[in-house]
Design a protein around this ligand. Structure first.
Ligand code: ZN
Length: 85
């Protein structure tokens, strides 16, 4: 079932509505106006988020392990150095 996000052009109220083909146009729960702007669906955003997460994970997996370790050592050395000052 498609879940849509709407913003009311009248009062700028944002809300989500389940819209089935047989349903009438939803109206703003705040001011009852039907002058709405449809935003991206929550479902579409969720899958976008998942895709981004996957890309991030893949990039991380491709990072050579020794580089991550080097960075850790560097951070440690940096901390030691700051401590000495
Ligand atoms: Zn409204």
């Amino acid at each position: 079932m498609p879940l849509y996000e709407y913003i009311c052009k009248g009062c700028k109220h944002e809300f989500e509505a389940l819209v089935r083909p047989q349903d009438p146009v939803p109206s703003c729960p705040s001011c009852k106006s039907e002058d709405l702007e449809k935003l991206i669906t929550a479902a579409a955003m969720a899958s976008d988020e998942r895709t981004r997460d996957n890309v991030k994970r893949e990039r991380k997996a491709r990072l050579p392990e020794h580089r991550a370790q080097q960075n850790e050592e560097y951070q440690h050395a940096l901390k030691e150095h700051l401590h000495d000052d």
